[in-house]
Design a protein around this ligand. Structure first.
Ligand code: DAH
Length: 391
C-alpha cells in the first residue's frame, strides 16, 4: 500500500509517487488507503505513522521558533518519541532489528523533513513581515546631498588675494583680538585723541600687559605694524631691505549697524613700503587691482582728500564705472594714504629712508558691488536664497 499527496509535496510525503494509481486534484486514488493527514504518502502505513502525523500537527501548531524547538524535542530530543523507539531496538533480535531500524529511520526522516519545512516557512513568514514593515516608496524623491559653496565674501577675498599675489604682494593673517597699542597708539592715534572716536570699538573684558583693555580690532591696520615690525627685524643690520609688500585680509569689528554697516565686517589692508615708493605707485597699483577685480577697463579712480591719523596725506579712493548698472556714480571703496612718519618709526624703520603707502578696503563692499547687491546685511544672514546663487 502506498499513499501519495493530492496537493503537491506534503511535509510528510517527501517522495510523492502516484503508485496507488492516477488521482487528479481533489480526487482520491483508486487504490491505497488515505492517511490521517488527508494526503498520500509514498511510505507504507505502519505503527509509526501516527507518530509522524502527530509531529506534523505539532509543528504546524508551533507559532514561534521557540515553540517549534520545543515540539522538536518531543520527537527527536533525548526523551523524544523517535528516540524512545530507537532505544527499544536494543531489545530486538538481530534480524528484526534491521527491518525495525529502517522503519524508525524512515519515520525520523519524515519528522525531520516536516521540521525543516516548518522552519523554512517560519523564516519566510518572518522575512515577509520584515519586508512589509520596511516597505520602500520608490516614488518618493531621493534625499539630496547639500552642495556647499564659498560665501560671496570669501569669493571676493580669494579674488583679492589672487590679484595682489600676482602683483608681488604677500598675504598675511593676524589676531582679531588686539592690544590698544597695535589698534591705535602705534597707528599714531594716541590715547584720548579725538580721532579714536572715528571707530566705535568693541572692548574685551581683559587687559593687556600695559593695563589697557584688549579690543576686537576695528580695522586691519594693526597688521601694517605687525608685519612691518617682523620684516624690519628680519633684515635688521643688513645693507638693504626688500620692499614690504603685503595685504592682510580679515574680520574686523565695530559698534555699527545699518544697510551698509554690520558689527562684523571684512577689510583688506595693503602696505607697500620701500625707499622710493610714491603715491603714483598706489594709484597705478590700485587701478590695476580694481580693473582685475571687476574684470573691466571701463572704470575710473578718484582720490578724495581725507583724514586718517596713520597717513599723511590721506585720501578716500572712489571708483566710477563707465558702463553697466552702476554706471556714472562715484562709489567709495577704500581709505588710503602715505604712511605717516611716526607710523614708519613704530614699525622699527627710519622715516628718513623708508616711505610708502597703505590702504584699507572693505571686502564686503567690494563683494556687494561685484555681485550687484544694494544691502550689505544679507551677506551675514545665511539665507540660502542668496547663497545658492553662488554654487
Ligand atoms: N583703517 C581705516 C579704516 O578702517 C582704513 C584705512 C585708511 C586704512 C587709510 C589704511 C589707510 O591703510 O592708509 O577706516
Amino acid at each position: 500500500m502506498t499513499v501519495v499527496t493530492l496537493h503537491g509535496a506534503h511535509a510528510l510525503c517527501s517522495t510523492a509517487s502516484p503508485a496507488g494509481g492516477d488521482a487528479g486534484p481533489g480526487q482520491l486514488p483508486k487504490a491505497g488507503p488515505v492517511c490521517g493527514l488527508s494526503c498520500f504518502c509514498s511510505e507504507p502505513m505502519n505503527d509509526l505513522t501516527p507518530l509522524v502525523q502527530d509531529a506534523h500537527a505539532d509543528f504546524a501548531q508551533a507559532a514561534t521558533p521557540a515553540e517549534l524547538e520545543n515540539a522538536k524535542a518531543r520527537y527527536l530530543g533525548k526523551a523524544g518519541r523517535i528516540t524512545e523507539h530507537l532505544k527499544a531496538l536494543g531489545a530486538l533480535a538481530p534480524d528484526e532489528k534491521k527491518a525495525r531500524g529502517a522503519l524508525i529511520n524512515a519515520a525520523k526522516q519524515q519528522v525531520e523533513a516536516a521540521l525543516n519545512a516548518r522552519r523554512d516557512a517560519m523564516a519566510q513568514a518572518e522575512l515577509q513581515a520584515q519586508l512589509k514593515g520596511q516597505s520602500l516608496d520608490v516614488s518618493l524623491p531621493g534625499r539630496q546631498r547639500g552642495m556647499g559653496s564659498l560665501h560671496p565674501t570669501s569669493r571676493a577675498r580669494e579674488r583679492i588675494e589672487t590679484i595682489f599675489a600676482s602683483m608681488g604682494f604677500e598675504v598675511a593673517d593676524g589676531p582679531e583680538i588686539e592690544t590698544d597699542w597695535y589698534s591705535f597708539t602705534a597707528l599714531n592715534n594716541p590715547e584720548n585723541h579725538p580721532a579714536r572716536s572715528m571707530q566705535d570699538t568693541f572692548y574685551v573684558d581683559v587687559k593687556d600687559a600695559n593695563g589697557a583693555w584688549l579690543n576686537l580690532r576695528p580695522h586691519t591696520s594693526p597688521m601694517q605694524i605687525r608685519y612691518a615690525q617682523a620684516h624690519a627685524k628680519k633684515y635688521a643690520g643688513q645693507a638693504s631691505m626688500p620692499d614690504i609688500r603685503v595685504i592682510a585680509p580679515g574680520r574686523t569689528y565695530r559698534v555699527d549697524s545699518d544697510a551698509t554697516h554690520t558689527p562684523m565686517f571684512h577689510q583688506v589692508e595693503g602696505l607697500w613700503v620701500g625707499e622710493n615708493v610714491s603715491f603714483k605707485d598706489l594709484k597705478f597699483m590700485y587701478l590695476d587691482f580694481i580693473q582685475a577685480f571687476f574684470e573691466t577697463k571701463d572704470v575710473k579712480l578718484r582720490f578724495r582728500p581725507s583724514y586718517f591719523p596713520f597717513t599723511e596725506p590721506s585720501a578716500e579712493i572712489d571708483i566710477r564705472f563707465e558702463t553697466g548698472p552702476l554706471q556714472g556714480r562715484w562709489l567709495e571703496v577704500s581709505g588710503s594714504g602715505q604712511v605717516h612718519p611716526q607710523v614708519i618709526r613704530n614699525m622699527g624703520l627710519d622715516p628718513e629712508r623708508h616711505i610708502g603707502f597703505a590702504f584699507g578696503s572693505g571686502i564686503d563692499r567690494l563683494a556687494m558691488l561685484r555681485y550687484g547687491m544694494n544691502d550689505l546685511r544679507p551677506l551675514f544672514e545665511g539665507d540660502l536664497r542668496l547663497l545658492n546663487q553662488f554654487i
